[in-house]
Design a protein around this ligand. Structure first.
Ligand code: G3P
Ligand code: CA
Length: 283
């Protein structure tokens, strides 16, 4: 009986050790891999280091690279249609000129939004918001930024309407987050979509944010998403203490991602999803 017990114990220990190696491993590389697997990988304007930002090519690439979210910038055309483009003019990322809000949807979709990045992307179009949510919902999370909403009265309502129409406004129905640098717009959107997580974006001017300001944001926001250059481990702790998560932007180098891992952020917004998944076998 004693001998039987010993053999059983040895077998059990050997069996269990097969599964406990990652837990007891202390090498910094193993810990880094564990941390990576918990960090949300957000492809900024799609995988925009590899394909023209805010186009189907960039979003498809992010999906292919197994990012957790695509980040998109939403604006409105002259005829009130929601389109996905970062700048408030079309000059930098298309072959056109002028303000997004001066184009009708039909006009803006005639523009080439790919050639500036590479001839192989010639013919890419500026997508509509509805096209993006229809194409990607359920396949990848969508981090929706209301870009310069002060220029587009009613944009919060239009975004909410599109999501509600598709039943995407319910808790846990889709991986959707809304965010903006315009915090009044975030508040308005949160009132329209109370079950969707919202985030406040914070540029460099928020480096000295107080606990009171964080607590105020937390009354309507679930995320505090700052410029990565103001992130410290102390700020990460204070954001967490306020009850929010933190997805800093915008990583464009491996060492920037490595630094943010160490600071304990919840997610990383990057043009290069591979920097967040250092090891391509992740997932
Ligand atoms: O998600 C954060 C990031 O998109 C904010 O900056 O200028 O790239 O829209 P920007
Ligand atoms: Ca953005």
């Amino acid at each position: 009986m004693k001998r039987k017990f010993t053999i059983f114990s040895l077998t059990a220990i050997l069996f269990m050790s097969m599964f406990t190696v990652p837990v007891v491993a202390t090498s910094s590389e193993m810990l880094t891999m564990q941390q990576q697997q918990q960090i949300v990988n957000v492809a900024h304007r799609g995988a925009s280091g590899h394909a023209p930002e805010n186009t189907l090519s960039a979003f498809d690439k992010a999906l292919e690279m197994k990012a957790d979210y695509i980040e998109i910038d939403v604006q409105m055309t002259q005829d009130g249609e929601l389109v996905v483009i970062h700048d408030t003019t079309v000059d930098r990322t298309t072959n056109g000129t002028g303000a997004v809000g001066d184009y009708t949807l039909n006009e803006i979709q005639q523009l080439d939004a790919g050639s500036w990045f590479g001839e192989e992307f010639a013919g890419e179009r500026i997508p509509t918001f509805e096209e993006i949510i229809d194409r990607y919902r359920g396949k990848i999370g969508i981090l929706i930024e209301l870009k310069s909403p002060e220029q587009y009265p009613g944009v919060e309502e239009k975004v909410a309407e599109a999501l509600i129409k598709r039943n995407m406004h319910k808790p846990n129905n889709s991986k959707i987050i809304l965010q903006s640098f315009n915090h009044e717009s975030v508040q308005r959107s949160k009132e329209l979509l109370p079950n969707i997580p919202h985030g406040v974006l914070a540029g460099l001017t928020w480096a000295d944010i107080t606990d009171e300001q964080l607590a105020q944001f937390a009354t309507y926001a679930d995320y505090f998403n700052p410029n990565m250059n103001i992130v410290t481990d102390e700020l990460v702790d204070r954001v967490h203490f306020a009850g929010m998560k933190i997805f800093p932007y915008t990583v464009r180098a491996q060492e920037q991602a490595d630094n943010l891992f160490k600071l304990g952020v919840d997610g990383i917004v990057t043009d290069f999803p591979e920097y967040v998944y250092k090891h391509p076998v992740k997932k």
